[in-house]
Design a protein. Sequence first.
Length: 389
Amino acid sequence: MLKNRNVNVSNSDHVGKISDGFQKQFGSGPDIIVRCPGRVNLIGEHTDYNDGFVLPMALPFETLIAASSSEDAQMKLISEEFGPAHFSLEDNPMGTSGWGRYIHAIGSLLAQSNGGLLGWNGYICSTIPIGANLSSSAALEIAAGMVFKHLGKLEITLTEIALIGQRVENEFIGVRSGIMDQIACALSQRDTALLLDCHTLQTSMVSIPEDVAVVIMDTGTRRELRSSEYNKRRESCESAALDLGVPSLRNASLDDITNLSNQTLRRRARHVVSENKRVLNTVKAFSTGDLLTAGQLFTDSHLSLRDDYEVSGPALDRIVEVSLGAPGCFGARMTGGGFAGSALALVARDEVNNFCKFVKANFTAPRTQPAETSVMLYVVEACDGVSVL
Protein backbone atom coordinates (compact mmCIF):
# COMPACT_ATOMS: atom_id res chain seq x y z
CA MET A 1 0.00 0.00 0.00
CA LEU A 2 1.32 3.45 -0.89
CA LYS A 3 0.00 6.57 0.79
CA ASN A 4 0.61 10.30 0.49
CA ARG A 5 -0.04 12.89 3.15
CA ASN A 6 1.12 16.22 4.47
CA VAL A 7 2.55 16.24 7.97
CA ASN A 8 1.85 18.88 10.60
CA VAL A 9 3.85 19.94 13.64
CA SER A 10 2.76 19.11 17.18
CA ASN A 11 -0.47 20.65 18.43
CA SER A 12 -2.59 20.76 21.54
CA ASP A 13 -4.06 17.34 20.70
CA HIS A 14 -0.61 15.71 20.88
CA VAL A 15 0.21 17.52 24.11
CA GLY A 16 -3.10 16.54 25.63
CA LYS A 17 -2.65 12.93 24.58
CA ILE A 18 0.79 12.55 26.11
CA SER A 19 -0.26 14.39 29.29
CA ASP A 20 -3.20 12.01 29.68
CA GLY A 21 -0.94 9.02 29.07
CA PHE A 22 1.47 10.19 31.75
CA GLN A 23 -1.40 10.84 34.19
CA LYS A 24 -2.79 7.33 33.72
CA GLN A 25 0.62 5.69 34.20
CA PHE A 26 1.98 7.74 37.10
CA GLY A 27 -1.06 9.23 38.82
CA SER A 28 -0.19 12.90 38.38
CA GLY A 29 0.57 15.40 35.63
CA PRO A 30 4.09 15.75 34.16
CA ASP A 31 6.51 18.50 35.19
CA ILE A 32 7.78 18.90 31.62
CA ILE A 33 6.95 17.93 28.05
CA VAL A 34 9.73 17.93 25.46
CA ARG A 35 9.37 17.47 21.71
CA CYS A 36 12.19 16.62 19.34
CA PRO A 37 11.84 16.27 15.57
CA GLY A 38 13.28 13.67 13.27
CA ARG A 39 15.40 14.85 10.37
CA VAL A 40 15.93 14.24 6.70
CA ASN A 41 19.29 14.89 5.11
CA LEU A 42 18.83 16.84 1.89
CA ILE A 43 22.38 16.14 0.73
CA GLY A 44 25.74 15.23 2.25
CA GLU A 45 25.56 11.49 2.91
CA HIS A 46 28.29 9.64 4.82
CA THR A 47 30.31 12.86 5.01
CA ASP A 48 29.72 13.73 8.68
CA TYR A 49 32.11 11.11 10.07
CA ASN A 50 34.65 12.34 7.52
CA ASP A 51 34.59 15.89 8.97
CA GLY A 52 32.66 17.06 5.92
CA PHE A 53 29.56 19.10 5.12
CA VAL A 54 25.90 18.10 5.44
CA LEU A 55 22.57 19.82 4.75
CA PRO A 56 19.76 18.30 6.84
CA MET A 57 16.46 19.76 7.95
CA ALA A 58 14.19 18.93 10.89
CA LEU A 59 10.87 17.23 10.15
CA PRO A 60 7.34 17.55 11.49
CA PHE A 61 7.63 13.95 12.67
CA GLU A 62 8.56 14.09 16.34
CA THR A 63 9.20 12.28 19.59
CA LEU A 64 7.44 13.60 22.70
CA ILE A 65 8.45 12.89 26.29
CA ALA A 66 6.30 13.84 29.29
CA ALA A 67 8.33 13.52 32.49
CA SER A 68 8.57 14.22 36.22
CA SER A 69 11.51 13.70 38.56
CA SER A 70 11.65 10.37 40.41
CA GLU A 71 13.69 11.96 43.25
CA ASP A 72 16.23 9.12 43.07
CA ALA A 73 18.36 7.31 40.48
CA GLN A 74 15.48 5.16 39.26
CA MET A 75 14.08 5.57 35.75
CA LYS A 76 10.57 4.32 34.96
CA LEU A 77 9.65 4.80 31.32
CA ILE A 78 6.71 3.84 29.17
CA SER A 79 6.81 3.94 25.37
CA GLU A 80 3.45 3.82 23.61
CA GLU A 81 4.98 1.71 20.86
CA PHE A 82 7.59 -0.41 22.66
CA GLY A 83 6.33 -0.78 26.23
CA PRO A 84 8.16 -0.27 29.54
CA ALA A 85 11.81 0.21 30.47
CA HIS A 86 12.99 0.33 34.08
CA PHE A 87 16.58 0.86 35.23
CA SER A 88 18.81 2.77 37.64
CA LEU A 89 21.25 5.44 36.52
CA GLU A 90 23.74 3.82 38.89
CA ASP A 91 23.83 0.69 36.69
CA ASN A 92 25.73 0.07 33.43
CA PRO A 93 23.59 0.98 30.39
CA MET A 94 24.85 -2.11 28.58
CA GLY A 95 22.64 -4.10 30.91
CA THR A 96 19.54 -2.36 29.58
CA SER A 97 18.17 -3.87 26.39
CA GLY A 98 16.17 -2.37 23.57
CA TRP A 99 15.14 1.26 23.26
CA GLY A 100 15.70 1.99 26.96
CA ARG A 101 19.47 1.77 26.47
CA TYR A 102 19.46 5.05 24.52
CA ILE A 103 18.01 6.99 27.45
CA HIS A 104 19.98 5.04 30.04
CA ALA A 105 23.22 5.83 28.22
CA ILE A 106 22.36 9.54 27.91
CA GLY A 107 21.74 9.69 31.65
CA SER A 108 24.86 7.69 32.48
CA LEU A 109 27.11 9.97 30.41
CA LEU A 110 25.53 13.11 31.87
CA ALA A 111 25.95 11.72 35.39
CA GLN A 112 29.70 11.44 34.86
CA SER A 113 29.99 15.24 34.97
CA ASN A 114 26.91 15.93 37.08
CA GLY A 115 27.14 14.02 40.34
CA GLY A 116 23.86 13.04 41.98
CA LEU A 117 21.88 13.25 38.74
CA LEU A 118 18.32 12.16 39.45
CA GLY A 119 16.18 9.92 37.33
CA TRP A 120 12.64 10.57 36.14
CA ASN A 121 9.39 8.95 35.20
CA GLY A 122 8.60 9.34 31.53
CA TYR A 123 5.85 8.66 29.02
CA ILE A 124 7.02 8.60 25.41
CA CYS A 125 5.24 8.68 22.08
CA SER A 126 6.56 9.27 18.57
CA THR A 127 5.33 9.88 15.04
CA ILE A 128 8.77 9.28 13.46
CA PRO A 129 8.68 6.18 11.23
CA ILE A 130 11.01 3.62 12.81
CA GLY A 131 13.76 2.33 10.53
CA ALA A 132 13.04 4.82 7.74
CA ASN A 133 16.41 6.60 8.15
CA LEU A 134 14.68 9.68 9.60
CA SER A 135 16.59 9.74 12.92
CA SER A 136 14.12 8.27 15.39
CA SER A 137 17.01 7.29 17.68
CA ALA A 138 18.68 10.71 17.58
CA ALA A 139 15.34 12.39 18.36
CA LEU A 140 14.94 10.12 21.39
CA GLU A 141 18.47 10.92 22.57
CA ILE A 142 18.09 14.69 22.23
CA ALA A 143 14.63 14.72 23.81
CA ALA A 144 15.90 12.68 26.76
CA GLY A 145 18.92 14.97 27.10
CA MET A 146 16.59 17.97 27.30
CA VAL A 147 14.56 16.30 30.04
CA PHE A 148 17.71 15.65 32.06
CA LYS A 149 18.87 19.23 31.43
CA HIS A 150 15.69 20.88 32.67
CA LEU A 151 14.73 18.55 35.52
CA GLY A 152 18.34 18.44 36.74
CA LYS A 153 18.97 22.17 36.09
CA LEU A 154 22.13 21.22 34.19
CA GLU A 155 24.40 23.86 32.64
CA ILE A 156 24.75 22.19 29.26
CA THR A 157 24.26 23.45 25.71
CA LEU A 158 22.27 21.81 22.94
CA THR A 159 25.50 21.12 21.07
CA GLU A 160 26.90 19.33 24.12
CA ILE A 161 23.73 17.24 24.36
CA ALA A 162 24.13 16.39 20.67
CA LEU A 163 27.72 15.26 21.21
CA ILE A 164 26.59 13.03 24.07
CA GLY A 165 23.92 11.56 21.79
CA GLN A 166 26.62 10.71 19.24
CA ARG A 167 28.64 9.00 21.98
CA VAL A 168 25.60 6.89 22.83
CA GLU A 169 25.41 5.64 19.24
CA ASN A 170 29.16 5.01 19.03
CA GLU A 171 29.85 3.53 22.47
CA PHE A 172 26.61 1.87 23.55
CA ILE A 173 24.68 1.02 20.37
CA GLY A 174 27.62 0.05 18.17
CA VAL A 175 26.99 2.38 15.22
CA ARG A 176 30.04 4.52 14.38
CA SER A 177 27.91 7.39 13.12
CA GLY A 178 28.81 11.04 12.83
CA ILE A 179 27.27 14.07 14.50
CA MET A 180 24.77 15.16 11.85
CA ASP A 181 21.60 13.52 13.17
CA GLN A 182 21.90 14.86 16.71
CA ILE A 183 22.88 18.39 15.63
CA ALA A 184 20.00 18.51 13.16
CA CYS A 185 17.49 17.40 15.79
CA ALA A 186 18.84 19.93 18.27
CA LEU A 187 19.63 23.07 16.27
CA SER A 188 17.43 23.17 13.17
CA GLN A 189 15.11 26.10 12.52
CA ARG A 190 11.74 26.40 10.84
CA ASP A 191 11.64 26.94 7.05
CA THR A 192 15.39 26.41 6.59
CA ALA A 193 17.91 23.67 6.05
CA LEU A 194 20.94 23.55 8.33
CA LEU A 195 24.40 23.66 6.76
CA LEU A 196 26.76 21.94 9.20
CA ASP A 197 30.52 21.82 9.03
CA CYS A 198 31.15 18.55 10.87
CA HIS A 199 34.76 19.47 11.61
CA THR A 200 34.18 22.81 13.33
CA LEU A 201 30.48 22.23 14.19
CA GLN A 202 29.78 25.66 12.71
CA THR A 203 26.22 25.96 11.45
CA SER A 204 24.32 28.33 9.19
CA MET A 205 20.70 28.40 8.05
CA VAL A 206 19.97 27.94 4.35
CA SER A 207 16.66 29.05 2.89
CA ILE A 208 14.88 26.50 0.73
CA PRO A 209 13.37 28.10 -2.39
CA GLU A 210 9.64 28.70 -1.89
CA ASP A 211 8.61 27.16 -5.21
CA VAL A 212 10.03 23.73 -4.42
CA ALA A 213 8.72 21.01 -2.12
CA VAL A 214 10.63 18.25 -0.36
CA VAL A 215 8.92 14.86 -0.69
CA ILE A 216 10.10 11.99 1.48
CA MET A 217 9.45 8.55 0.03
CA ASP A 218 9.58 5.75 2.59
CA THR A 219 9.95 2.54 0.60
CA GLY A 220 8.75 0.45 3.54
CA THR A 221 11.98 -1.56 3.45
CA ARG A 222 14.02 -1.87 6.64
CA ARG A 223 17.53 -2.82 7.69
CA GLU A 224 19.24 -2.77 11.09
CA LEU A 225 21.99 -0.18 10.75
CA ARG A 226 24.44 -1.88 13.09
CA SER A 227 24.12 -5.18 11.20
CA SER A 228 24.76 -3.44 7.88
CA GLU A 229 28.08 -2.46 6.39
CA TYR A 230 27.81 1.08 7.75
CA ASN A 231 30.78 0.67 10.09
CA LYS A 232 32.84 -0.90 7.31
CA ARG A 233 32.34 2.22 5.22
CA ARG A 234 33.76 4.36 7.98
CA GLU A 235 36.73 2.03 8.34
CA SER A 236 37.36 2.29 4.59
CA CYS A 237 37.35 6.09 4.79
CA GLU A 238 39.76 6.06 7.70
CA SER A 239 42.07 3.72 5.79
CA ALA A 240 41.93 5.94 2.72
CA ALA A 241 42.77 9.04 4.79
CA LEU A 242 45.66 7.20 6.42
CA ASP A 243 47.04 6.13 3.04
CA LEU A 244 46.79 9.72 1.80
CA GLY A 245 48.43 11.13 4.93
CA VAL A 246 45.52 13.46 5.77
CA PRO A 247 43.55 13.78 9.03
CA SER A 248 40.29 12.94 7.25
CA LEU A 249 38.86 12.84 3.74
CA ARG A 250 37.66 16.40 4.35
CA ASN A 251 41.28 17.35 3.63
CA ALA A 252 41.57 15.35 0.39
CA SER A 253 40.97 16.47 -3.19
CA LEU A 254 39.79 14.52 -6.22
CA ASP A 255 43.37 14.68 -7.53
CA ASP A 256 44.66 13.24 -4.25
CA ILE A 257 42.50 10.14 -4.35
CA THR A 258 43.91 9.07 -7.72
CA ASN A 259 46.99 8.10 -5.69
CA LEU A 260 45.05 5.38 -3.86
CA SER A 261 46.06 2.02 -5.28
CA ASN A 262 43.18 0.13 -3.66
CA GLN A 263 40.22 0.50 -6.01
CA THR A 264 37.60 0.08 -3.29
CA LEU A 265 39.18 2.77 -1.13
CA ARG A 266 39.43 5.02 -4.18
CA ARG A 267 35.70 4.68 -4.87
CA ARG A 268 34.76 5.31 -1.24
CA ALA A 269 36.98 8.39 -1.06
CA ARG A 270 35.71 9.69 -4.39
CA HIS A 271 32.18 9.67 -3.07
CA VAL A 272 33.07 11.58 0.09
CA VAL A 273 35.18 14.23 -1.66
CA SER A 274 32.64 14.78 -4.44
CA GLU A 275 29.70 14.76 -2.00
CA ASN A 276 31.25 17.57 0.02
CA LYS A 277 31.40 19.62 -3.17
CA ARG A 278 27.79 18.76 -3.96
CA VAL A 279 26.64 20.05 -0.58
CA LEU A 280 28.29 23.42 -1.06
CA ASN A 281 27.07 23.65 -4.65
CA THR A 282 23.52 22.86 -3.52
CA VAL A 283 23.67 25.74 -1.05
CA LYS A 284 24.73 28.02 -3.89
CA ALA A 285 21.96 26.72 -6.14
CA PHE A 286 19.34 27.27 -3.43
CA SER A 287 20.57 30.83 -2.91
CA THR A 288 19.95 31.68 -6.56
CA GLY A 289 16.81 29.56 -6.98
CA ASP A 290 18.56 27.33 -9.52
CA LEU A 291 16.44 24.23 -8.97
CA LEU A 292 17.63 22.44 -12.10
CA THR A 293 21.18 22.48 -10.78
CA ALA A 294 20.09 21.54 -7.25
CA GLY A 295 18.08 18.64 -8.60
CA GLN A 296 20.96 17.37 -10.71
CA LEU A 297 23.21 17.50 -7.64
CA PHE A 298 20.69 15.38 -5.74
CA THR A 299 20.59 12.81 -8.52
CA ASP A 300 24.39 12.80 -8.85
CA SER A 301 24.58 12.15 -5.11
CA HIS A 302 22.39 9.07 -5.48
CA LEU A 303 24.50 7.71 -8.32
CA SER A 304 27.64 8.21 -6.23
CA LEU A 305 26.08 6.49 -3.23
CA ARG A 306 24.94 3.63 -5.45
CA ASP A 307 28.10 3.11 -7.49
CA ASP A 308 31.05 4.41 -5.45
CA TYR A 309 29.87 4.05 -1.86
CA GLU A 310 27.61 1.05 -2.53
CA VAL A 311 25.04 1.81 0.17
CA SER A 312 21.87 1.99 -1.88
CA GLY A 313 19.49 -0.92 -2.37
CA PRO A 314 16.99 -2.26 -4.90
CA ALA A 315 13.99 -0.44 -3.43
CA LEU A 316 15.83 2.86 -3.09
CA ASP A 317 17.15 2.64 -6.65
CA ARG A 318 13.71 1.81 -7.97
CA ILE A 319 11.87 4.66 -6.22
CA VAL A 320 14.53 7.14 -7.35
CA GLU A 321 14.18 5.89 -10.91
CA VAL A 322 10.39 6.26 -10.77
CA SER A 323 10.65 9.72 -9.21
CA LEU A 324 12.95 11.03 -11.91
CA GLY A 325 10.27 10.24 -14.46
CA ALA A 326 7.49 11.90 -12.47
CA PRO A 327 6.01 15.34 -13.20
CA GLY A 328 7.80 18.26 -11.57
CA CYS A 329 10.77 16.29 -10.22
CA PHE A 330 14.06 18.19 -10.30
CA GLY A 331 16.09 15.40 -8.71
CA ALA A 332 15.95 12.50 -6.25
CA ARG A 333 18.29 10.49 -4.04
CA MET A 334 18.40 7.99 -1.23
CA THR A 335 18.79 9.56 2.21
CA GLY A 336 20.22 8.33 5.49
CA GLY A 337 22.59 5.46 6.13
CA GLY A 338 21.30 3.53 3.16
CA PHE A 339 20.54 -0.05 2.13
CA ALA A 340 16.81 0.45 2.83
CA GLY A 341 14.42 3.05 4.19
CA SER A 342 13.74 6.38 2.50
CA ALA A 343 14.59 8.49 -0.51
CA LEU A 344 13.64 12.10 -1.13
CA ALA A 345 12.83 14.23 -4.13
CA LEU A 346 12.91 17.94 -4.97
CA VAL A 347 9.59 18.69 -6.65
CA ALA A 348 8.04 21.80 -8.14
CA ARG A 349 5.45 22.88 -5.58
CA ASP A 350 2.70 23.26 -8.18
CA GLU A 351 3.31 19.69 -9.37
CA VAL A 352 3.40 17.92 -6.01
CA ASN A 353 0.01 16.24 -6.38
CA ASN A 354 0.82 15.00 -9.87
CA PHE A 355 4.23 13.82 -8.69
CA CYS A 356 2.71 11.80 -5.85
CA LYS A 357 0.04 10.29 -8.09
CA PHE A 358 2.70 9.19 -10.56
CA VAL A 359 4.90 7.58 -7.91
CA LYS A 360 1.87 5.85 -6.37
CA ALA A 361 0.95 4.37 -9.72
CA ASN A 362 4.44 3.25 -10.71
CA PHE A 363 6.38 2.20 -7.61
CA THR A 364 6.31 -1.23 -6.03
CA ALA A 365 9.09 -2.54 -3.83
CA PRO A 366 11.13 -5.13 -5.77
CA ARG A 367 10.67 -8.82 -5.05
CA THR A 368 14.33 -8.97 -4.07
CA GLN A 369 13.65 -6.44 -1.30
CA PRO A 370 9.97 -6.50 -0.31
CA ALA A 371 8.45 -3.78 1.87
CA GLU A 372 7.98 -4.64 5.55
CA THR A 373 5.66 -1.70 6.25
CA SER A 374 3.34 0.47 4.17
CA VAL A 375 5.04 2.55 1.52
CA MET A 376 4.49 6.23 2.38
CA LEU A 377 5.00 9.59 0.70
CA TYR A 378 5.26 12.73 2.83
CA VAL A 379 5.33 16.32 1.65
CA VAL A 380 7.26 18.03 4.43
CA GLU A 381 8.27 21.50 5.58
CA ALA A 382 11.36 22.30 7.63
CA CYS A 383 10.65 22.58 11.37
CA ASP A 384 12.34 23.82 14.53
CA GLY A 385 14.66 21.60 16.52
CA VAL A 386 14.09 20.35 20.06
CA SER A 387 11.96 22.44 22.42
CA VAL A 388 10.12 22.39 25.72
CA LEU A 389 6.36 22.70 25.27
